[in-house]
Design a protein around this ligand. Structure first.
Ligand code: GRF
Length: 191
């Protein structure tokens, strides 16, 4: 059984969906046993509590410390790290320790609308401002380059010229809910 640690900073709808997918079944090869959050008061904290998954709220300094973070991941036997709306960069020591075992979801069709400053609403605002006729999600391996690692999966959705930022966000949300857990499952099967 593969142990998944989810890193999240915000609302946590993806984290909840992933936890339900894996922890609600015994035949999916993985289990989420830890959520790490860098923001006090984030919605993901309550969601994890409700779903019975341990959640640690950690400061940026703690998350940058190999002496603190690596023993915690070891305590939970974390095999795979899934970033689900996590806004901090992954430190070098963690990339080395978990090479090929950290994946992220980004709410655009990378390489478009990726990189520094491109997160959450900023992405959807840029997509609408550019008059794009489609957007989508990218699930990719994490490397030292922001949003630059190998792409595992992309899904597209069409946009109407009248779509607002909120409309785009809602369409992206549907794609994320439909696809993220099962794409993680394919990664798990290939570990
Ligand atoms: C998602 O759109 C994700 O792709 C992006 O941030 C959002 C997080 O939403 N990186 P949630 O916290 O999972 O609800």
């Amino acid at each position: 059984m593969v142990n998944i640690a989810i890193f999240a900073s915000g609302n946590g709808s993806n984290a909840e969906n992933i936890i339900n997918y894996f922890n609600g079944a015994t035949d999916r090869g993985a289990h989420v046993n830890l959520v790490i959050c860098n923001r006090k008061g984030a919605g993901v904290i309550d969601r994890a509590a409700r779903l019975g998954v341990d959640c640690r709220v950690m400061t940026r300094a703690e998350l940058s410390s190999p002496e603190i973070l690596l023993p915690l991941l070891k305590e939970y036997s974390a095999d795979l790290i899934v970033l689900a709306g996590y806004l901090l960069m992954i430190p070098e020591f963690l990339l080395r320790q978990y090479e090929g075992r950290i994946i992220n979801i980004h709410p655009s069709l990378l390489p478009k609308y990726g990189g520094k400053g491109m997160y959450g609403h900023h992405v959807h605002e840029a997509v609408v401002a550019a008059g794009e006729r489609e957007t989508g999600i990218s699930i990719h391996y994490v490397t030292e380059e922001c949003d630059g690692g190998e792409i595992i999966f992309q899904a597209k959705t069409a946009l109407a010229p009248t779509d607002t930022v909120e409309d785009v966000e809602a369409k992206i949300h549907v794609l994320e809910q439909e696809n993220f857990p099962r794409v993680i499952e394919t990664v798990v099967r290939n570990l």
